[in-house]
Ligand binder design. Structure first.
Ligand SMILES: C[S@@+](CC[C@H](N)C(=O)[O-])C[C@H]1O[C@@H](n2cnc3c(N)ncnc32)[C@H](O)[C@@H]1O
Length: 340
């Protein structure tokens, strides 16, 4: 069997497990940290096909995974633990020679693992260097992953693309900027990266539910003209921006000429079916091929069913390109659609 340590947003691991069970009949899943991490096991001969399939269509709730190549009991003994991790790294030999390697160490809350992430990394880094590898924080050829669960220490080494994210556990970090208007801005920045959709490609954007303006400010920074729709006030730092037009209206009560926008974003934080109706009413204002990024609130008991229903609803007027629970999403997921 090939085993993977998998990570989802807190509370959403059961849905990530269910997605994998549906996609890979015969796989085995079992919980590690409740609601957040779990093991996913498949027949060894299925490894390549499974990874390819996961890359082709990323599951909504699975944020990160890495293959387990070695495991041992987790203890609180620093010397013995460092020795086990170094032995694992030494065995990577040829793989790391001349390669850039990131070392990602994580531990579960109740794990006796005796190191912080940085200490764990420092314990292995000299071994990687001895093998002829260069330890880098990002943009690595290989990622050496250590995950300390309560009882077991899991170790693996994989290509970043096979982990779905090159951030430890998929926990994407942006530098905190004092001028940041709202933390919501991180959701849009993460969507831009996750969907490989640079916003500077677009010209005219519509932002529905825009206040206080985190998403709007990201789009203005990329050089777009933005029409922001929200009855609430926008942040004072934005109101005089020459490329911003703010309509203090309900999004259900506005209309625009056909094809006015090539991008729309929507973070109304409301019933997702209701949001879909509002967006659908405004669809003619989006040029054919234009993109939309929308957060879908998961306010019903069955998120997978909600997602299936919304995929169908959006599918009437849009091509649904991706749906993903981003690291910065809480009780919601983000959808990327293109106007048909
Ligand atoms: C989560 S906040 C948006 C945060 C924003 N994306 C940012 O980055 O600052 C949700 C906003 O949606 C607005 N909203 C909710 N329903 C709306 C509607 N029907 N029309 C327009 N705005 C709406 C609320 O007034 C609120 O300002």
């Amino acid at each position: 069997m090939t085993e993977f340590v998998c990570t989802a947003n807190p509370g959403f691991a059961p849905y990530a497990m269910e997605e994998l069970r549906r996609r890979f009949p015969g796989c085995k899943v079992s919980g590690l940290a409740p609601g957040e991490t779990f093991l996913f096991a498949i027949a060894e001969r299925e490894t390549e096909r499974t990874l390819k399939e996961l890359r082709r269509e990323e599951p909504v709730f699975l944020r990160h995974l890495f293959p387990v190549e070695a495991e041992c009991e987790t203890t609180g003994d620093p010397e013995a633990t460092a020795e086990r991790m170094r032995a694992f790294a030494s065995a990577l030999g040829e793989r790391l020679k001349g390669a850039k390697a990131a070392i990602q160490v994580r531990k579960e809350q109740n794990s006796p693992f005796p190191f912080t992430s940085a200490e764990g990394r420092d314990a292995i880094a000299p071994v990687v260097a001895e093998l002829g590898g260069e330890v880098v924080p990002r943009e690595a050829d290989w990622i050496v992953s250590i995950y300390a669960a309560k009882k077991k220490l899991f170790m693996g080494c994989s290509r970043p693309r096979d982990n779905l994210s090159d951030w430890p556990g998929g926990a994407v970090r942006f530098r905190r900027d004092d001028s940041l208007i709202s933390r919501a801005a991180f959701k849009l920045l993460e969507a831009e990266k996750a969907f490989n959709l640079p916003f500077d490609r677009f010209t005219n954007a519509l932002d529905l539910g825009a206040a206080p303006g985190g998403w709007t400010s990201v789009l203005l920074d990329r050089g777009l003209k933005v029409t922001a729709v929200d009855p609430a006030e926008m942040d004072g730092s934005l109101v005089t921006h020459p490329n911003l037009r703010h309509l203090r209206r309900n999004a259900a009560d506005v209309s625009f000429s056909p094809g006015t926008f090539d991008l729309f974003v929507c973070d109304m934080s409301w019933d997702p079916h209701h949001t879909c109706r509002i967006v659908s009413e405004l669809a003619p204002a989006i040029a054919a091929g234009g993109s939309g990024i929308i957060t879908l609130k998961l306010m019903y008991r069955k998120p997978l069913q909600t997602i299936d229903d919304l995929t169908e609803e959006y599918g009437r007027l849009f091509d649904v390109r991706r749906i993903k629970q981003l690291f910065h999403n809480r009780e919601e997921v983000t959808i990327w659609v293109k106007r048909k």
